[in-house]
Design a protein around this ligand. Structure first.
Ligand code: NAI
Length: 427
């Protein structure tokens, strides 16, 4: 099909890679009760039979369980990475072994290879797309618009992807329906908050072997991800400082008890800086010039543009790999600034990164699977544009999870339901 090689054609010892990949997937699967339930249903009903799904995601063990679930539902799936550094090659090779799955994802690709792999996925002529960051949707609209008529719809995993899609929609340039999976409660309130909080801090600690306790930790952006990072850093006895550009979010951070100030001030004393804004140039030359010797900089936002590394490189008189995944930039006056994972999202792209905890991704991917099924069953009823995932699908995923956790909860009585729906009852 595509000229671009699959992962199986690229790894040295494919058998060993697949064994290790399957081992990682087995562990993840055992802790993913939602996808387990969805998979059982998909295996029986084959709701995705005849569909071709193109995916650009972080190809590691949890994503692999989603890919497999979609394939077991009858779809043919072609998958690649959505970040040059987040793929686990062994997992990618294990996926590629499945008769209905082709994986092109490989860690450490350059820009040209990254986009060639996206094109390879598109060469399978997908009828559905599942993106994390919108690269597939963008490539299809820009270079393969002839495929759009046969595309039922798409699903988008992350805030930055949804943001880009909304901008595209506002321009009248989005020509098929896409679900904003990121915006569901079951995704955003858990994955962005707890997932990013836990996994970013864990990866920074493991990559540097440094403690959080007593550090001044500067969190840029107090959105869903920033809230999780700030809370968990404070829970590890760091002194948390928040920077924001949105007044209500700045106020929210202030009322949570964090110090809120401009980055220009925080740069003067912070020990660790973590960007979670989805914006560009959040930490730049003017900040590098004020920073203390030995500071640690990391990014958890989707793209590697939050810390301006071009400017840092220009300021630096020397650069070296201080530890695996830690690049040290030495400035003219001898101060050293350490950047983790090349400024790419630290919880997925650092050398030891595992991404979010399994339980959290079970929820996000449960919503993804339900959204794909909804598009196949009812795609005709959605116009081109960005759509909210129907709330009942999100609730369905929450119910499966609560049952798996053994958590019981109350139900509205008929009288309560009627009361909540009425306007006639006053004082
Ligand atoms: P959000 O929109 O809830 O929060 C972003 C916040 O950053 C907003 O409050 C905004 O006002 C603020 N902001 C924007 N520009 C700023 C600036 N120059 N300085 C300070 N604050 C600024 O978005 P969310 O859901 O928190 O996502 C943030 C980023 O993280 C996105 O790129 C998203 O795709 C990514 N993400 C990463 C994950 C990971 O695994 N690392 C998981 C989920 C999302």
């Amino acid at each position: 099909m595509a000229d671009y090689p699959t992962i199986s054609e690229q790894v040295d010892d494919v058998a060993t890679a697949r064994t290790e990949g399957h081992r990682k997937m087995d562990w993840a699967r055992e802790h993913m009760p939602i996808l387990d339930a969805v998979r059982a249903e998909f295996e029986e009903d084959q709701p995705l039979a005849g569909q071709r799904i193109g995916m650009a995601m972080h190809v590691e063990a949890k994503t692999a369980v989603l890919v497999e679930t979609l394939a077991e539902g009858g779809a043919e799936v072609a998958v690649t990475g959505c970040n040059p550094l987040s793929t686990h090659d062994d997992v990618s090779a294990a996926l590629d072994e499945h008769p209905n799955i082709t994986s092109y994802a490989k860690r450490g690709v350059d820009d040209e290879e990254y986009y060639a792999a996206i094109e390879a996925v598109i060469s399978h002529e997908p009828t559905l797309t599942v993106d994390d960051g919108m690269d597939l949707v963008a490539a299809i609209h820009e270079d393969y618009p002839e495929l759009i008529d046969s595309i039922v719809g798409g699903c988008e995993e992350t805030t930055t992807g949804v943001h880009r899609l909304r901008a595209m929609d506002a321009d009248g340039a989005l020509n098929y329906p896409v679900f904003a999976v990121n915006d569901t409660p079951m995704k955003r309130l858990f994955d962005n908050v707890h997932g990013t909080g836990e996994s970013s801090l864990a990866n920074i600690a493991m990559t540097t072997n440094l403690s959080w306790a007593g550090k001044d930790v500067v969190v840029a952006g107090y959105g869903y991800c920033g809230k999780g990072v700030a809370k968990k850093a404070a829970g590890q006895n760091a002194n948390v400082v928040v920077t924001e550009v949105e007044p209500r979010r700045a106020l929210e951070a202030h009322m949570e008890g964090y110090d809120v100030m401009p980055m220009g001030e925080a740069a003067e004393f912070g020990d660790v800086f973590l960007t979670t804004t989805g914006n560009r140039d959040v930490i730049t030359e003017e900040h590098f010039e004020k920073m203390n010797d030995g500071v640690v900089l990391a990014n958890a936002g989707h793209f590697d543009i939050e810390i301006n590394l071009d400017q840092l490189s220009e300021l630096a008189v020397d650069e070296r790999e201080a530890r695996e995944g830690v690049r040290e930039y030495e400035l003219e006056d001898g101060r050293r600034i350490n950047v983790l994972a090349e400024g790419r999202l630290v919880n997925l792209a650092s050398p030891i990164a595992l991404g979010h905890p399994v339980e959290v991704m079970d929820q996000s991917f449960g919503v993804q699977a339900a959204s794909v099924r909804e598009l196949v069953e009812n795609g005709d009823s959605y116009d081109a544009g960005v759509h909210e995932v129907p709330d009942e699908l999100d609730r369905e995923i929450a119910e499966i999870k609560l049952e798996a956790e053994g958590v019981e909860y109350d139900e509205l009585t008929d009288e309560q339901a009627e009361y909540m729906d009425s306007w006639q009852h006053g004082t």
